[in-house]
Ligand binder design. Structure first.
Ligand code: QUE
Length: 349
């Protein structure tokens, strides 16, 4: 029997995706991605649907990411092409979502990581509560930042009013866990609604539309962003197109507390993933459309999923949950960025 991992329906003029896979923290499997993409196509063309809303029906969180346990299994069983197919379909859906022509509202009332940001961050309204947090944690599993976030993160302006490629790179390389205040400040989130008002907010979105609901329920976030305090240090050390340059900048950076934070965050990360991600972000900066950037992820993802760190990282983080990965190569000095550059170059505008 197949379970309804996404409950989709139309209420009044609102298309609804209710994420319903609580045991896996709503992580997205191929079936869920198909449901989202098919409905987006249908609802984009249907004049009776004026907006779309996505939310989780579980207290546990919004969405933890893609179904990478599945991806690991097919890779170690010698059929990585099944993972290729899964990710290609997911990334295509992320592109469709980024170009969706109507208001798309995500209510994030808990964790949103990786693929969970891929089904929320590209929409017009990213509504968070004080329970929200977000991260791009792929470095820990020997993978690359994906689902269009390398493109989106570099272009969001947030409360600063100006995009920061350095901030985007810092976020994907460190896997920084963004607090609600960090999400608002960075631009990952667009509106804050206290958890206590979310049910009423949700109801009003459906009865009166997103603008009226935001007008009534959105408020100032009470906390301050820690990320904002690190911003000058981030700009001074992450505004580079290669990991070697970032390492050199970190080595000389006067604020050693900041450098210690960075080192602590990348301690259990795959050196190959960090180098590949830095190359991907530099290439993503040159893209004029998210679909071009998704093509970079597709190509680089196929290569990196076949490297040992992918299966090993998922084993350590999600299967054995022991956080003692044995990455290979184990040091940055042994990783050749040229290998990743060669994959990206022909596809980079
Ligand atoms: C990196 C990832 C994922 C991750 C952790 C990482 C990811 C993902 C999950 C996850 C978490 C909890 C679950 C689950 C999956 O964690 O993609 O099923 O219950 O889905 O460091 O990319």
């Amino acid at each position: 029997m197949t379970e309804n991992y996404i409950l989709s329906r139309v209420e009044r003029s609102t298309g609804i995706f209710e994420l319903n896979r609580p045991r896996a923290l709503n992580s997205l499997n191929p079936e869920m991605i198909d449901i989202i993409d098919n409905h987006l196509k249908q609802w984009a063309a249907d004049d009776t649907v004026t907006q779309v809303i996505v939310y989780s029906n579980s207290e546990k969180g919004f969405c933890a990411g893609g179904d990478v346990r599945f991806a690991r299994e097919v890779v170690i069983n010698g059929t990585p092409e099944l993972a290729d197919k899964f990710f290609a379909i997911e990334y295509n859906m992320n592109g469709d979502l980024a170009h969706f022509p109507k208001p798309y509202i995500a209510i994030i009332d808990g964790v949103a990581m990786g693929g969970g940001l891929g089904i929320s961050a590209h929409g017009s309204h990213r509504v968070i509560t004080e329970n929200a947090f977000a991260a791009m944690p792929e470095m820990a599993i020997g993978y690359i930042p994906d689902v269009g976030l390398p493109y989106m993160l570099q272009r969001m302006v947030g409360e600063r009013g100006v995009a920061s490629p350095a901030l985007a790179l810092f976020l994907v390389l460190t896997g920084w866990r963004l607090s609600p205040a960090d999400m608002m400040w960075s631009g990952l989130a667009t509106h804050f609604v206290p958890h206590a008002h979310i049910a009423k907010f949700h109801e009003q979105v459906i009865t009166d539309g997103i603008d009226a609901a935001v007008e009534r329920f959105a408020s100032e976030i009470p906390e301050k962003s820690k990320l904002a305090e690190l911003f000058d240090d981030i700009e001074a050390t992450f505004n580079f197109a290669s990991w070697a340059e970032i390492e050199a900048a970190l080595a000389e950076h006067p604020n050693r507390d900041f450098v210690a934070i960075v080192r602590e965050h990348i301690e259990n990360s795959s050196p190959s993933a960090i180098v590949a991600a830095t190359e991907l972000m530099a290439a993503a900066a040159k893209c004029g459309d998210i679909r071009q950037e998704l093509a970079l992820e597709t190509a680089l993802g196929e290569v990196i999923r076949r490297e040992p760190d992918f299966a090993e990282g998922i084993r350590a983080v999600l299967v054995d949950k022991c956080r003692n990965p044995h990455f290979s190569p184990a040091t940055f000095a042994e990783v050749d960025p040229g290998k990743y550059r060669a994959i990206l170059k022909p596809l980079t505008p």
